[in-house]
Design a protein around this ligand. Structure first.
Ligand SMILES: NC(=O)c1ccc[n+]([C@@H]2O[C@H](COP(=O)([O-])OP(=O)(O)OC[C@H]3O[C@@H](n4cnc5c(N)ncnc54)[C@H](O)[C@@H]3O)[C@@H](O)[C@H]2O)c1
Length: 246
């Protein structure tokens, strides 16, 4: 059990990659605080996590809402005492090509990914600095590095997360806080299931491993970064893409 006696906060834990991260953490012995805008799906994740042992509490939080994040993090600290591991995973895409990106679309996507990530880190960093311990893992995307078609806001937000990760890693390293980003490729989550097959086929054919990732394969890498086995890794961007766009 790599995460025994650790407390982890995972955002967007209601489904997909976030849910797999929560369940992997629970299996590795962590206590969990789960944030999601959708309390129902997040409660289902919590039920499965509790069955693996350990404590788990659900918080209905829109990560883009700074005040709500601050209050929920205070509640988490009151219940669990501290947080060792923060995973910023919540997000969505509102796909649009350059001339179709509206201000509203741009703002919503940047708010959930970039501002949401900053909100959670700012709410918990003072406690991590005081304890001289922390693991922050931000879920970016390979699109943050290579860009994507009809993914203007999303690629900008995910690229922003890479810059944010490296800058915060530089600042918090002296406090023994590791800050890393994971860049998944196409991963088989409920949201991706709705994507046109033709588009997925195109990516899979260009992927050396010739398939999508399973969400658990992303969670395994996140669990490694959350554990003390990765103690000398910070500011890194770990691609989990099956070799796509290497
Ligand atoms: N699936 C992929 O192919 C893929 C590839 C690269 C990166 N990613 C990234 O991984 C993360 C998870 O992706 P996924 O495919 O599992 O997504 P998903 O849509 O299946 O799940 C996202 C979860 O986040 C929650 N959420 C959305 N907005 C929120 C908000 N404002 N506040 C709190 N929770 C919110 C949703 O309710 C949902 O439970 C995202 O950041 C995504 O950009 C996914």
């Amino acid at each position: 059990m790599k995460l025994k006696e650790k407390v982890a906060l995972v955002t967007g834990a209601g489904q997909g990659i976030g849910k797999s991260i929560a369940l992997k953490f629970a299996a590795e012995g962590a206590d969990l605080a789960l944030f999601d805008i959708n309390k129902d799906t997040c409660t289902e994740t919590a039920g499965e996590a509790k069955a693996l042992g350990g404590r788990c509490k659900v918080y209905a939080v829109d990560v883009a809402n700074r005040e709500r994040v601050q209050r929920a993090c205070e509640e988490v600290l009151a219940v669990f005492g501290w947080v060792d591991i923060l995973v910023n995973n919540a997000g969505f895409d509102r796909g649009a090509t350059l001339l179709k990106v509206t201000e509203k679309n741009w703002q919503a996507v940047l708010d959930v990914h970039l501002k949401g990530t900053l909100n959670c880190i700012q709410a918990l960093a003072p406690m991590m600095i005081r304890r001289s311990y922390g693991k922050i893992i931000n879920i970016s995307s390979i699109y943050g590095k290579i860009g994507g078609i009809a993914a203007i806001s999303y690629s900008a937000a995910k690229g922003g997360i890479i810059g944010l990760t490296k800058s915060i890693a530089k600042e918090l390293g002296k406090s023994n806080i590791n800050v890393n980003a994971v860049l998944p490729g196409l991963t088989d989550t409920p949201t991706i299931k709705k994507m046109p097959e033709r588009y997925k086929k195109m990516i899979i054919e260009a992927t050396p491993l010739r398939r999508m990732a399973r969400p658990e394969e992303i969670a395994n890498v996140v669990a490694f970064l959350a554990s003390d086995e990765s103690s000398y890794i910070t500011g890194a961007t770990i691609e989990v893409t099956g070799g796509w766009m290497m």
